[in-house]
Every structure is written in structure tokens, then in C-alpha cells.
Design a protein around this ligand. Sequence first.
Ligand SMILES: C[S@@+](CC[C@H](N)C(=O)[O-])C[C@H]1O[C@@H](n2cnc3c(N)ncnc32)[C@H](O)[C@@H]1O
Ligand SMILES: [Zn+2]
Length: 308
Amino acid sequence: MLTLSPKAPFLYKPQNPNPKTQHYKQQINGIYCKSELQSERGLEFETGETFFRHESAKGRDLGVLAASLYNQSKGKLRVLDALCGCGIRSLRYLMESKADFVLANDANDEHRRVILDNLKRVDRGFGDERKWAVTHLDANRVLSECYLQKDFFDLIDIDSFGSDISLFLRSAMNTLSFDGLLYVTSTDGHSSGGHHPDHTLAAYGAYVRPMPFSNEVGLRMLIGGAVREASVLGYYITPLFSYYSYHGPVFRVMLRVNRGKLLENRHYGFITYCNKCGDSQEFSWAELGQISCSCNGSHVFPRTLVRS
Ligand SMILES: C[S@@+](CC[C@H](N)C(=O)[O-])C[C@H]1O[C@@H](n2cnc3c(N)ncnc32)[C@H](O)[C@@H]1O
Ligand SMILES: [Zn+2]
């Protein structure tokens, strides 16, 4: 069991900080709310100066529902809310999904008072009965520390900006319980729109180019990145649901992670889009050299790595 005292985050001076994860104090396409009482599904909470969007309520609903079902079927639920903002997800996992324990983490320690005030609505408890804890570490750090202490979680929620999720996938999978749930988010509309193919290649292993169904591709890109990371670790993933929302835009995917190999790579391949006739097809890796369209092969480009 992990024991993190409130002071633990301040013991570490970041070494070699990753420039991609240093923007947690900046405003990124969102709303840093002034402190006032908010309400979501009957729960009251504060947002302080944290990043909070009412439009994300459905995404939170879906996480809470999946967590509740997990709890009902397994009889246990430990949640790691790795980028918790004001802590609304953590509060909802505790109150609505009846989580046994929630670790609420946000790298920005200026959010601490707001998070604590929100979570205080649930009795904190002591020792093995402790219901929640709050830390302020980089998400990779908190995930890795939990993994090193063999402190595994049944659901890990990573509500990150842009394409940052690709930075956290591996440590999240390592820290997940057997048959656990990983709830991941991307808000990178430029990538799903095919405007940064070199970036999507680095982040997700998918060379995405512009096409008419970019919102669907954004979800597939995210799943594909997770499939790739899972394979490296000897895991396979099962997507449980995908949710696209135009605000942001936001791409959310709930994945179940199990130990084992991806079965025959059946769902990991290429989607093509023909610029001439608009036809779209899927191809496996084995068919890579044969990609063409019946109208005229020269206009077809492989677009992304995940299909059906
Ligand atoms: C999208 S907001 C979270 C919103 C919250 N989950 C909700 O549902 O309202 C992202 C949060 O991640 C934090 N953050 C950004 N980069 C981080 C990192 N590398 N590690 C941990 N937290 C980070 C920011 O401070 C911010 O509060
Ligand atoms: Zn064609």
C-alpha cells in the first residue's frame, strides 16, 4: 500500500524535466474558473483557479459508470486520478462509484486547497480504511512510484491536454491491476485532422493525414497508440467505449488492459482514403505493399494505423 504524506511531493526537485509536461500552469484552450460553487449531477464542489469545463460532464459520467460496473462485478475499486484538476472526478469516483480508495494527483500544487476542500465531503479515514489521498507530482512520477511500491489501481484516469497521453501510457499500464481499466483523453484536434503527421507518428505510431472522418480517426489514433504501448509490455487492450466531443475537441477512450498478446493483429492495421473517388478501405500490415484503390491506385494513401 502506498503511503504518501502531504509533504512527499516537495521532497523532490525535478531533474531533467520533460518540456512536454511543463505546461500545467498555462491556459490551454480551456477555462480556468474563478472560485465559485459548482454543481454536477447533484454534487457541489469548488473549482478555484483550476482548469474546469462543464462540457466534460458526460466524459466524467462515462468514467463513473464504468467504474461502478467494475466495482459491482469485482467487488473492489481503487482509482488513480492522475491529472485531477479541482478533483471533481475523484469526488465522483468516491461518491457515485463507491471507490474504496482514490489517489487524486495534480502536478500543480496551487490546486491543493481546492482539491482538499472538495474531497473533504468524503470522510478521509485512516490506515487501511483510508478513502483518499492527494499528491502533486508529475503524472509519470506518481504512476511510477505506485508501480515501484506494487501499489496497483483498478482504474487509472488520465485527463491530459493535447497529445500528452502518449507520455503516460506506459507507466499507467504498469500501474494498472490485472484486468484493470484505463481511461485516456486526447484534445489534439490538429493531430486527428492530419495536420501534424510527424507528431502523430511520434506520439501514436500513426501517420495521420487529412480525411473527411477525422473525429473517428482521432479515437482510432488514441486506441492505436495504446495498442502499441501495450504490446511492448506484453499486454493487450480491449476498447470498451470511445467518446468524441466537439468541445476541445476531446477524444476519450476506456480500455481494459490484460496480460497477453494482441490476437493476430486483426484490428491493428491501416485505413486508406482515396483522394480521387473518396473510397475508404482497410489493410493489414501483411497487405502493406498492395494498397490501391479500384478507381486508380496512385491516389491512395495509408492514413492511420487502427482499423475496425
Ligand atoms: C484537463 S485538466 C484536468 C481536469 C479534471 N480532470 C476535470 O475533470 O475537471 C488537466 C490537469 O492536469 C494537470 N497537469 C498538467 N500536466 C500534468 C502532469 N504532467 N502531471 C500531472 N498533472 C498535470 C494540470 O494542472 C490540470 O489541472
Ligand atoms: Zn479511388
